[in-house]
Design a protein around this ligand. Sequence first.
Ligand SMILES: [Zn+2]
Length: 107
Amino acid sequence: MTRPAEWQHLKMLHLKRAFEKFMAGEPHLDELRESNRCELEALRASGIVERVEIQGCRDSCPACFAFAGREMNLTEALAKAPLPVQGCTHGNHEGWCRCEYLAIMAT
Ligand SMILES: [Zn+2]
């Protein structure tokens, strides 16, 4: 099984590629989605996280603001891939969604 640190490394590689594409005005959402998936895989590989909450930013766009605070279990998040938020309008091109998964520990 892939370790959390390896998923985190993959996450950052995809995030970097997504940002380069975004800055170049190229489609970047697939890379950004893959980056968010790797984050979920890292959380799952940790073995201590059961659920996630979608965390927005103070200046989230309307699409992301409407989504912030939603909670789901890891299986659901991996199946639905809610990040990047569809219709995010942050930035100059198609949205640079900055929403993140907040880990909720199993208690
Ligand atoms: Zn947004």
